[in-house]
Design a protein around this ligand. Structure first.
Ligand code: G3H
Ligand code: ZN
Length: 289
């Protein structure tokens, strides 16, 4: 039996590495991520946003990941990524997700705290093993290529999460995992590098908050920032845009190379290979391999 996700996160902390969290919309993505992680013998988390899980089916997404975990006796887990309402938290908890994220980053702080706590109380009452994460500080919402920094995204030092704020949030909500705004952004800038992370802030937040930290917006972050963030106390890193881009570009290449091909399992190959390369590259970085 694979260990619980909580145990896997604890082990990552002890080893000073981070677990890769990659989003999927379909089984092509799921197999690409699973095979890449398995090839490196590393645990992995599959993420599905509200839109992604609607496309697969929330219960079906859980069943697919669980079937890989059981058949291969492998540490692969599924997270209900960025969930914006308590109703959808309930749906995800009932569907059997290993972890859920209540994302109230755009709400007032009071409302974020109230709904994050409500999510924790409800989730734990149904499944004491489930992990609940919350978001503190707005970093944009879309995993896409960006022309500019999303409006309202908190990337200036004065707007980033302060360590004492993180502690207060954790104490008031009881969340298991915290994703603070530390200079990161959802999405990837088209014509420039994404902003640098505030590494010292990550370290201080981890010390003060006392729970594992999650870094969102992994696409567009430099290799150096990734590894320094892990050294500073990040335990899980989310990547989506880079994976979507590789999927689309690989698929377009396959289609162009095989204009007569009708079998999806053949013309999808380029997309799957592209995703595998992105997953492998990131997993190696997060695990200092
Ligand atoms: O939850 C998903 C991630 O935070 C993805 O961010 O699209 O910038 O890689 P990204
Ligand atoms: Zn995210």
């Amino acid at each position: 039996m694979p260990k619980s996700l909580g145990k896997i996160i604890k082990e990552a902390e002890e080893k000073k590495v981070a677990i890769g969290h990659f989003n999927v919309s379909d089984t092509e993505g799921l197999w690409a991520i699973f095979n890449s992680a398995k090839g490196l013998n590393l645990p992995v988390i599959i993420g599905v946003s509200e839109g992604e899980r609607d496309f697969i089916g929330p219960k079906q997404a859980v069943a697919l990941v669980r079937s890989l975990r059981e058949e291969y006796d492998y540490p692969i887990y599924i997270n209900a990524d960025h969930t914006y309402s308590f109703e959808r938290i309930k749906e995800a908890v009932q569907a059997g997700f290993d972890a859920v994220i209540f994302d109230g980053a755009k709400l007032s702080l009071e409302e974020n705290i109230r709904l994050a706590k409500k999510s924790v109380d409800y989730a734990k009452s149904v499944n004491p093993e489930i992990l609940v994460e919350a978001e503190l500080g707005y970093i944009g919402t879309s995993s896409k290529l960006l022309d500019e920094i999303p409006e309202g995204a908190e990337i200036e030092a004065r707007n980033l999460v302060r360590p004492e704020q993180a502690l207060d949030f954790v104490q008031k909500t009881g969340v298991d995992l915290l994703a603070p705004a530390v200079g990161n952004l959802h999405g990837m800038l088209k014509h420039a590098s994404n902003p640098n992370l505030d590494i010292l802030r990550i370290k201080k937040i981890r010390e003060e908050a006392g729970i594992p930290l999650v870094l969102h917006g992994g696409s567009g972050i430099s290799d150096e920032d990734f590894q320094n963030a892990v050294r500073a106390g990040i335990s899980i890193i989310h990547v989506n845009t880079a994976l979507r881009k590789a999927y689309r570009e690989g698929l377009e290449k396959s289609l162009a190379e095989k204009p007569e091909e009708l079998a999806p399992y053949r013309f999808m190959e380029g997309g799957v290979e592209g995703m595998k390369r992105v997953v492998e590259k990131h997993l190696k970085l997060f695990n200092f391999m």
